[in-house]
Design a protein around this ligand. Sequence first.
Ligand code: R1P
Ligand code: URA
Length: 236
Amino acid sequence: MPTPHIAAEPGQIAELVIMPGDPVRARRIAQQRMADAQLVSEVRGIGAWTGTVDGVPMTVMASGMGVPSMSIYATELYREYGVRRIARVGTCGGIPDHVSVADVIIAVSAHTDSGIATSALPGVTLSLAASFDMLAGAVAQARGAGRRVHVGPVFTSDQFYHPRTDLIPVLEGLGTLGVEMEAAALYFAAAREGRDALACLTVSDHLRDHSADLTSQEREQLYEVALEAAIAGLCA
Ligand SMILES: O=P(O)(O)O[C@H]1O[C@H](CO)[C@@H](O)[C@H]1O
Ligand SMILES: O=c1cc[nH]c(=O)[nH]1
C-alpha cells in the first residue's frame, strides 16, 4: 500500500534499492544505468524509478538530506515494500590527508551525533554498521576494477554547518574517513528491520583544503565508482 511518502503500489519497488541523497542524481542513475526505468513515485519531488540494472530488477530513489529524511524512506522501503537491500550512493567530506576529492569511501560503520545511536536502548550506544556481504561485494568489485577506494568508518552528522569544529580532529584520530549525513540512519533502519544496507560515498570536498571541492553540478554527476561498487554490493 502507498505510504505517506511513497506513492508506488505494492510490487512496484524492487527488493534492491540504489539510494543517493540527491533527487537529481537519482534521475540521472535511472536514465543512464537502468533499462526500462519506470517512474513509480514522485511524492515531494522524490522520484523513484524501477527497472533493471544488468538484468537485475532494482529501484533508484533519493533519500533527501539528513537522518530524519533517510529514516523515513528507509523504514518505509524495508517495512512496507519488502525491500531487502539499500545501497546509499552519496557524497561526503574527506577528513584525513590520504583521502582526496573524487576518491570513494565505502563505509564499514557510521559514528553519529544523532540520537538514533542512543535512543533505541537507553544506556547503550549502538554500533551502526554495514551489512558484511554487501560490504565485501562492493569492496571486491571496486578493488578488482583497480579503483582507488577507502574502506572504514564515517561520521554521520546532524549538522552540515557544525559548530563543534573540535570534533573532526578527534574523529580523525579514531580512523574516521569522511563526514556525511545519512549512513547511520540507513544502518540503524536496516538493523531494526532485519535487512541489509551499505553506503558508498564519493568525496566531494576536503575539510582541510577546499581548493579542489566539487561544484554542485559535479556532485550530481560524479558517482560512477561509488555506483558500481554499490550495485555489486546489492547483487552480492
Ligand atoms: O550527496 P548526498 O548523498 O546528499 O550526501 C551528502 O550531501 C548532503 C549535504 O550537502 C548530505 O545529504 C550529505 O550526506
Ligand atoms: O555532509 C557532508 C557532505 C559533503 N561534505 C561535507 O563536508 N559534509
